[in-house]
Ligand binder design. Structure first.
Ligand code: MG
Length: 363
C-alpha cells in the first residue's frame, strides 16, 4: 500500500520537473537556454523530481559555504563604519535582481541567470580588489577572481568535490569578469549564452550605482561631483540610474531583433550609445575618484600586508591548512591561494593576528 502511494508521489514529482521543462520550451525566447538542453554536469546525477537543472544549481550555490562568506567580504570600502555599505553578498543579490529583471523581460532563462549571478563573485578575496592584486602578484600562475569563482564551484567547495554545476552556469561564472574598458567591450568579450551576457552587464549596472552611493556615504565624493553627462542621461539617484540602465538594456535587445524571432536574429545584449557613454563616464569617474583612492589609503596598505603575510605563511606551512585543503591535489601555493582567497576580511585579520600577534589597530 505504502509502496504504491510512494510510487504515485514519485510520478507526480516527475511530472513537476517535466512540466517546468515543457513550460520553458513554450514560454522562453528561442535564444534562451532551456534546462532540458543543458550540456550537463561533469559527473552524472539523477535529475531532481521537482526542479530543473538550473534551479538546482541556483539552490546549490545558495547553500554553499562560499556563498555565506560573501556577507563578510569587502566590496570597495574596507571595514566601513556603517551598516549600510554594500558587501560582496548584497552586491551579489543586486546583480541577481537586475539580471533577473532583464532576463524575464527578454524571456531568457531566469533560473540560469540567477545561478550565474549568485556564483559570479564566490572567488573574491578578502578586502576586495586589494586582496586580488596581492594574490595576482604572488601566485606564480596569477590570480583573477572570476577564475577563482570557477575553481570554488568546480573544486574547492564541498570538501574538495566541487558543486558539480551545469556547464552553462560555470561558463557564465568564468566569463563575467570586467577588464577596465567600455561596458560594451566587456559584453562582446565572452560568455557563451545570452544569460551570461546579461549577468555581466548587470554586474556593471549594480556596482557603478552602489559604489557611487557608498562613496557619497563615505564622504569621498559629494552628490554634486558626479559627472554631468551621467546625471543628465541616467538620473540623479541610484534608483533612477538603475531604472534607466535596465530599461535601456531591454529596449536595446528588442530594437536589435528581439521581436524578430522568426528571422532567427539573436537578441543583442548591450546598451544604446548615449546610455553606454553615460555609464562609461560614471565608471571612469569611479576609477579616478574612488577605486584608486580606496586602494591606496592606509587601511588598504595594511590589508595588503595581511594578505601577503597569510599567503607566504601557508605556502611555507602547508601542514597548517585545513585538512580538506591538505587532501586536495595541487602545489602548496595553489592550496594557499585557495585558503586565503576564501577567507572573509575578519577571518583573515584574526588569522594574521593569531599567527603573528599582528598589530593592526585600525580594523
Ligand atoms: Mg560582481
Amino acid at each position: 500500500m505504502e509502496t504504491g502511494w510512494k510510487a504515485c508521489l514519485t510520478m507526480i514529482h516527475l511530472h513537476v520537473r517535466e512540466r517546468l521543462e515543457s513550460e520553458e520550451e513554450e514560454r522562453l525566447s528561442p535564444f534562451a537556454v532551456k534546462s532540458r538542453r543543458s550540456r550537463g554536469r561533469d559527473r552524472y546525477e539523477e535529475p531532481s523530481p521537482v526542479r530543473t537543472e538550473f534551479q538546482r544549481d541556483r539552490d546549490r550555490l545558495i547553500h554553499s559555504k562560499a556563498f555565506r562568506r560573501l556577507k563578510h567580504k569587502t566590496q570597495v570600502f574596507i571595514a566601513p563604519a556603517g551598516d549600510h555599505y554594500v558587501t560582496r553578498l548584497t552586491h551579489t543579490l543586486e546583480v541577481s535582481q537586475i539580471a533577473r529583471t532583464v532576463a524575464r523581460a527578454l524571456r531568457l532563462n531566469e533560473d540560469l541567470t540567477e545561478a550565474i549571478a549568485l556564483g559570479h563573485d564566490l572567488g573574491h578575496t578578502p578586502f576586495g580588489h586589494v586582496g586580488e592584486d596581492v594574490l595576482n602578484e604572488l601566485f606564480p600562475g596569477g590570480f583573477r577572481h572570476n577564475e577563482q569563482s570557477l575553481r570554488v564551484v568546480e573544486v574547492v567547495e564541498n570538501g574538495g568535490q566541487g558543486l558539480n554545476l551545469t556547464w552553462e552556469v560555470r561558463d557564465g561564472i568564468l566569463n563575467h569578469s570586467k577588464p577596465r574598458e567600455s561596458l560594451m567591450g566587456q559584453i562582446d568579450a565572452g560568455g557563451s549564452t545570452l544569460e551570461a551576457r546579461v549577468c555581466k552587464l548587470a554586474d556593471s549596472v549594480a556596482y557603478i550605482n552602489h559604489d557611487t552611493a557608498d562613496a557619497i556615504r563615505a564622504g569621498l565624493i559629494g552628490e554634486n561631483d558626479l559627472p554631468g553627462l551621467a546625471v543628465d542621461r541616467l538620473g540623479r539617484t541610484s534608483s533612477e540610474r538603475i531604472n534607466t540602465l535596465v530599461i535601456d538594456i531591454i529596449d536595446y535587445a528588442f530594437a536589435g531583433g528581439g521581436l524578430a524571432h522568426t528571422q532567427g536574429e539573436a537578441l543583442r545584449i548591450g546598451m544604446s550609445r548615449p546610455v553606454l557613454e553615460a555609464a562609461d563616464t560614471l565608471r571612469d569617474f569611479l576609477f579616478r575618484e574612488v577605486y584608486t583612492r580606496t586602494s591606496e589609503d592606509e587601511l588598504a596598505q595594511e590589508a595588503r600586508e595581511v594578505v601577503r603575510f597569510l599567503y607566504r605563511h601557508f605556502v611555507e606551512h602547508p601542514g597548517e591548512l585545513p585538512a580538506e585543503l591538505q587532501a586536495m591535489e595541487g602545489s602548496a601555493a595553489r592550496k594557499a591561494v585557495d585558503y586565503v582567497a576564501g577567507m572573509t576580511d575578519q577571518f583573515a585579520l584574526n588569522t594574521a593576528k593569531r599567527l603573528e600577534e599582528w598589530k593592526i589597530e585600525r580594523f
